[in-house]
Design a binder for this molecule. Structure first.
Ligand SMILES: Nc1ncnc2c1ncn2[C@@H]1O[C@H](COP(=O)(O)OP(=O)(O)OP(=O)(O)O)[C@@H](O)[C@H]1O
Ligand SMILES: [Mg+2]
Length: 265
């Protein structure tokens, strides 16, 4: 289970995020970007953040550390903005916190070239978890201390919205034609050779064990939280071995768009 801390002060909303994430201080004196269970996207977005963030970290990607962030809704009472007040009021209990990367800048592909190895590793990872939210329009990558960091894994594993068809959905291709790093001749074969063998049943059990129980309760079709954890692990295990062969839209010579089909949508 993620480390648990308690929010002590709401500092400010982060205006860039569609889900209105906020900056908060916690009782361990850390500063966190907080994502709320009461946001429109709901708790599945937060589960996706945990599964992908914890998996990415274990595969060697730079991504902010995560905590389970307890919120007492009274923290919202003093908020002047109604939207923020409502969000805090509807998010009592366990929310998600991620280490705040102070001074990080949004990634701009024109200003920060990435080598084919790193581009390949990130695209391979996004294909594995079916991330549809790392386009050049909205890269969800930050540059922090001269390095690329992965953030915002809420729009991944689309199959968790319909478990009955998860197996079929997990076998689908991944369209990378709009990916923020498609232009950098991504070497996804090398990435697969390095990373796929690391994605084992044991590793995925470790990753899914980090999901807070509170977000796994009452999912139709599942008796226990651990059954649901296994359902999160299965498609990832199945995809890891061969997903690199089903990445479309990056072309064979590394230029993007030459093989851009709609299959992955
Ligand atoms: N750990 C972090 N450290 C510093 N800044 C961050 C961090 N996480 C997010 N941000 C900033 O907040 C913005 C919104 O975060 P994020 O993309 O995770 O939220 P979202 O609501 O899911 O956004 P989206 O609009 O992409 O759906 C980011 O673009 C970035 O500027
Ligand atoms: Mg985002």
């Amino acid at each position: 289970m993620l480390k648990e801390v308690t929010a002590t002060r709401y500092i400010t909303p982060l205006r860039e995020g569609g889900s209105l994430p906020g900056l908060v201080e916690a009782d361990d004196l850390g500063t966190y970007v907080m994502k709320f269970t009461g946001a429109g996207q709901g708790r599945k977005t937060l589960i996706a953040e945990v599964v992908c963030g914890e998996l990415a970290g274990r595969l060697g990607f730079r991504t902010p550390g995560l905590v389970a962030l307890w919120l007492d809704p009274v923290l919202g009472l003093g908020e002047p903005e109604q939207q923020v007040q409502e969000l805090l009021r509807s998010s009592g209990g366990t929310n998600l916190g991620m280490d705040f990367l102070s001074g990080a800048l949004g990634y701009d592909p024109l200003a920060f070239p990435v080598n084919p190895e790193e581009a390949g590793r990130i695209i391979w990872f996004d294909a594995l978890v079916n991330n549809v939210d790392r386009s050049w329009r909205n890269p969800n990558l930050l540059v922090h201390q001269g390095e690329l960091w992965l953030i915002d894994h809420g729009a991944t594993m689309i199959w968790h919205h319909n478990w009955s068809s998860a197996e079929a959905a997990a076998a689908r291709p991944y369209d990378a034609s709009d990916h923020a790093l498609a232009r950098f001749a991504p070497d996804v074969a090398a990435a697969a050779a390095e990373l796929a063998p690391l994605v084992t049943e044991d590793l995925l059990a470790e990753v899914t064990a980090e999901i807070p129980d509170a977000w796994l309760a009452d999912e139709p079709g599942f008796d226990t939280a651990d059954d649901l954890r296994r359902a999160y692990a299965r498609p990832l295990l199945a995809r890891a071995a061969s997903v690199h062969q089903r990445i479309t839209g990056i072309g064979t010579n590394g230029t993007n768009g030459t093989n851009g089909t709609e299959e992955g949508k």
